[in-house]
Design a protein around this ligand. Sequence first.
Ligand code: PLZ
Length: 446
Amino acid sequence: MTTLTSLTQERRLVTAIPGPKSLEALQRRSEATSGGLGMAIPVIIERASDAILLDIDGNQIIDLGSGIGVTTVGNSTSRVVDRVIEQAQAFTHTCFTVAPYMNYIEVCEKLNAAVPGPFKKKSVLVNSGAEAVENAIKIARHYTKRPAIVVFEHSYHGRTNLTMALTAKNMPYKEGFGPFAPEIYRVPMPYSLRWLGDKKTITEDAMEMITHKIEKEIGAHNVAAILIEPIQGEGGFIVPPKGFLPALSKYSTENGIIFIADEVQTGFARTGHMFAVEEEGVFPDMVVTAKGIAGGLPLAAVTGRAEIMDSVHASGLGGTYGGNPLACAASLGVFETIEEENLVARAAHIGEILGKSLRALAAKYPIIAEIRGRGAMQAIELVMPGTLDPNTAAMSAVVKYCQSKGVLVLTAGTYSNVIRFLPPVVITDELLLDAMGVLEEAFASL
Ligand code: PLZ
């Protein structure tokens, strides 16, 4: 059914970045759109397929960001596009809580089966990651009848009022936007590169600090939920040390606290597992998903233990667009693509290529303090030579160089010194290696 032919999976520059048409259009952008919006690359996109973005000047750019980890199965991939077109022709909206339809139910069935945990699960669909996090908190508080939420340093959970409160970094996410929601308590994150204590006992020491704070300052019996990203995304792809997530999950269970994994950025094959918590066999009570769930259509979900998800009174959850049929159609296309193209294994393969290239780079350029992440979610943290001082200037220069050569990479990190790689997992080996060649040139140019 898809009518436009796919773009060739190759990098091609026909003008400078930005080209003349993009420059003109960006003028209109600044006239028409709020100055509060950022922009990672100054071009206007006309089309995209898989890992290639085509701008209005005819430049083909390699996409190593997937629109922040969204187009994991490839941009405008056929199973997604065909299902969305078919659904648009059938009906575009009824509101699931007004007149239900099948693909909402099917997406929930898929989620309940895919999210790890040997217990009965149920799901609710909403529009964005932040809205899903908000709903998870609502449900956890309702079920436990407790107020407090425990979150981590370097965390990111969204831009709504409650999720700003849950997010760690002030600038740019929170500055001037308060006051924030109450009963949010932030505890230390075992960020091994910057951990001041003994790194050999980091898991035990972090757990000790966290449980001390919970028991002495909050009271464990007041804590509804512990909310954590299994690999922190915006914070800079911080991977907790082995054993930490299982310890946290165990402590939660022992204290009647709901353990919520925010898999918004890590979910859907991204890390070489369907969900990142699978790495250590953790079974969260609730998992929040978004981004990769629907290949670019706005959809998000909360999936959790049936008794928790069912504890809310009828009509206590909802929203006009939550689980919109077009987004659900796209999501079923995503599930099918992941299964049929074996994309979980593909993400692990991407991880090997990425890891190898980044390790070679780090061996040559000591400003790379650490390579972190898993599968198709990896990052490098840049420092001043011989120190741990953040090297924001080098990050910006590398990103700018890559852009000028037609490679889109994203940044991250509490200290604004991390370059992150989130390619669509369907990216060809050749295209990824071409992009890694440009990255190497960027470091050489510093
Ligand atoms: N939880 C772990 O990564 C979104 C933010 C982009 P929404 N991350 C990208 C930006 O600058 O706004 C995210 C996340 C994690 C929640 C969210 C929020 O998801 O769909 O953006 O609301």
